[in-house]
Design a protein around this ligand. Structure first.
Ligand SMILES: O=C(O)CCC(=O)C(=O)O
Length: 388
């Protein structure tokens, strides 16, 4: 995800307000914003639109792209994913044979959570942004590792996820190019350019991507297995508790089968979402009191993208991704990242993000019109924190 992080950091440096004094928001103002966006555009249920025929470029532009609104294109749509990949990639031996001379980037982590917040073993009270150990691996070894890595919470062992990004489908998996469309025609026509990157994702049931956002219009096609997305619109940014975390990297030793997690030196900070939508039950209460805007605000949009379906994930939407594998234990997806317009919506988003959220939560359940924070006029005490 390095390319993506560079992009985020670049955008932060260019566009974040220079002043360290931020205007505090009131929770009632935030609630009004969240509700208005849902009432005016997204809908008030946690479901997103499901289309049964592909949109024309004009429909896509008018109803979704310009409104920054997601939808799912159902597999029942006659023209959805009529790709050779939908049948060919269900055979691991086909993949092995076609990619027999390909070297791919495999991301190894102890639990399947690459690019996520982790505790530092040297100081369990400290959190960091942990990136995976990335290993260049012949494809047939990589697929063995993904299929075989099912261990969680063991000291040795790893979870492998092929999630290189940065146009990896075109580069590392070029031999599979003929099995899929090289772009999504109605999106290309509406956006006016070809995708900036096409990526392949091969994971298992433990592979998980933590909450983040991207500066891309994302057309995400699942080929085998299922992907489960939790989505929040950009206007919900304060519910994500974006904080700066020191960057750290896992390194995996083949000899011992163990990971080490080391901080970058010199220290570099990565702004990242603090919320985990699926905490362990024993941590749930603590998480709810730490992140009340997430837990007490409107229900996030949840969507499962099945084999043969495409999700339109608009730019700057926060997303968390888990997966259910096919019978072999694999989930395979291809996604198309199109450049977003850095337009007036982007400027509004940066302005919103520059405003401090109300400070110090009081954890109690609320109705949607209830004010759920008691001290709504206090400013964010952490004034030096830079944001994503
Ligand atoms: O499939 C995944 O694990 C993550 C997908 C993602 O974050 C993206 O497409 O931007």
């Amino acid at each position: 995800m390095d390319g993506r992080i560079t992009e985020l950091v670049r955008a932060t440096q260019v566009h974040s307000p220079s002043s360290t004094t931020k205007t505090p928001l009131m929770n009632s103002q935030l609630e009004t914003l969240w509700e208005e966006v849902r009432e005016l555009s997204l809908g008030t249920t946690p479901q997103i639109d499901r289309l049964h025929t592909p949109p024309t470029p004009l429909q896509f532009l008018r109803h979704y792209l310009s409104q920054n609104k997601p939808f799912i294109l159902s597999a029942s749509a006659a023209t959805t994913l009529q790709w050779p990949a939908t049948t060919l990639w269900t055979s691991t031996s086909y993949l092995r044979q076609t990619l027999s001379s390909s070297i791919v980037s495999l991301h190894l982590t102890p639990t399947g959570q690459a690019d996520s917040i982790a505790t530092l073993p040297s100081n369990p009270d400290s959190l960091c942004f942990a990136s995976a150990h990335v290993q260049r691996t012949p494809f047939s070894d990589a697929i063995d590792a993904i299929e075989g890595s099912h261990k969680r919470d063991s000291i040795t062992g790893f979870v492998a996820y092929a999630q290189q990004q940065n146009d990896c489908f075109t580069e590392e998996y070029g031999a599979l190019a003929g099995d899929c469309d090289s772009h999504v025609a109605w999106a290309t026509e509406a956006i006016g350019s070809l995708p900036e990157a096409v990526n392949l994702w091969i994971g298992n049931h433990l592979s998980e991507t933590s909450f983040h956002k991207d500066h891309y219009e994302n057309l995400y096609a699942v080929v085998t297995g299922e992907k489960h997305f939790v989505l929040l619109p950009p206007t919900d940014v304060h519910r994500m508790y974006i904080r700066d975390y020191p960057a750290a990297h896992y390194s995996y030793s083949q000899e011992t089968g163990e990971f080490e997690l080391e901080l970058e030196n010199p220290v570099r900070h990565v702004p990242w979402c603090s919320v985990n939508p699926y905490p362990f039950p024993e941590n749930k209460e603590k998480e709810m009191s730490e992140f009340p805007l997430y837990y007490n605000g409107p229900k996030p949009f949840e969507v499962t993208v099945k084999a043969g379906e495409i999700l339109y994930l608009p730019s700057m939407w926060f997303h968390h991704v888990r997966q259910t594998p096919d019978r072999r234990g694999l989930t395979i997806a291809v996604n198309y990242w199109y450049d977003m317009q850095f337009d007036i919506k982007y400027a509004y988003f940066n302005f919103l993000q520059s405003l401090s959220p109300p400070q110090k939560p009081t954890c109690r359940k609320s109705t949607s019109h209830d004010n759920f924070l008691t001290n709504e006029n206090e400013s964010d005490g952490d004034q030096n924190r830079s944001q994503e």
